[in-house]
Design a protein around this ligand. Sequence first.
Ligand SMILES: *[C@@H]1O[C@H](CO)[C@@H](O)[C@H](O)[C@H]1NC(C)=O
Ligand SMILES: *[C@@H]1O[C@H](CO)[C@@H](O)[C@H](O)[C@H]1NC(C)=O
Ligand SMILES: *[C@@H]1O[C@H](CO)[C@@H](O)[C@H](O)[C@H]1NC(C)=O
Ligand SMILES: *[C@@H]1O[C@H](CO)[C@@H](O)[C@H](O)[C@H]1NC(C)=O
Ligand SMILES: *[C@@H]1O[C@H](CO)[C@@H](O)[C@H](O)[C@H]1NC(C)=O
Length: 180
Amino acid sequence: MSNPTCFYLLMSFIVVHLLSVDQSTATTTINNDVIPFIRMSCNGTEYPHTCISVLEGDPRSRTTTDLKNLTRISMEIVYEEAIELNSLFIKAGENATDPILKSNIRLCIGEFDIGSYHVKIYGIPYFDEGDYANANGQIGYIVGGSSNCNDTGTKLFNKEVETSFNFSCSVLDLLSMLPS
Ligand SMILES: *[C@@H]1O[C@H](CO)[C@@H](O)[C@H](O)[C@H]1NC(C)=O
Ligand SMILES: *[C@@H]1O[C@H](CO)[C@@H](O)[C@H](O)[C@H]1NC(C)=O
Ligand SMILES: *[C@@H]1O[C@H](CO)[C@@H](O)[C@H](O)[C@H]1NC(C)=O
Ligand SMILES: *[C@@H]1O[C@H](CO)[C@@H](O)[C@H](O)[C@H]1NC(C)=O
Ligand SMILES: *[C@@H]1O[C@H](CO)[C@@H](O)[C@H](O)[C@H]1NC(C)=O
């Protein structure tokens, strides 16, 4: 758990949710200008740079100017990144011989397996029911899983794991901006 702020946010979701920071700026859709909309929405999150680069790089998010839709797309991206990381680590594990490396790779495979399962099977359905608090908890599996994988010190797919951590943290913030 190398990022206390993100975990604090996760633990104190209710409080953060009630404060509902930056809701007015994030939900503004006045100019229908999509790229500024992504920047504006990401600006209120913990990792704005990662949030912007991931969302500007995705054709689905580039065509929405609605915070709810943007957040749902973000949850799908979190899921897809976890699936991708799971398969990258599975491939890396095929030829690994060092027992410590193998065990670290197994941990990462497990984290992204469990995390992707939670986001897909519970998180997105909770979101669709408007239950953002429970959707938040499911994204937390990716936040924690990315952190645990990174903490093994295995330098494999460092950038992707960090992107997964940063982006999933930002998605927690997007969820907290949605009016319930
Ligand atoms: C991001 O937020 C800062 C301070 O909260 C503000 O000064 C800046 O204009 C915002 N940028 C965008 C693109 O909304
Ligand atoms: C949000 O997504 C729904 C379902 O995909 C779509 O029907 C709706 O037009 C979108 N709204 C905006 C403002 O993008
Ligand atoms: C594992 O080794 C096989 C045989 O040497 C090779 O073809 C394959 O590309 C390797 N896989 C990875 C992920 O390095
Ligand atoms: C990942 O691990 C490195 C040390 O190997 C640490 O400096 C960094 O803060 C960690 N990042 C995350 C997101 O846990
Ligand atoms: C994650 O966020 C930190 C802090 O903003 C940044 O330094 C780092 O480059 C980001 N990592 C990735 C892979 O986007």
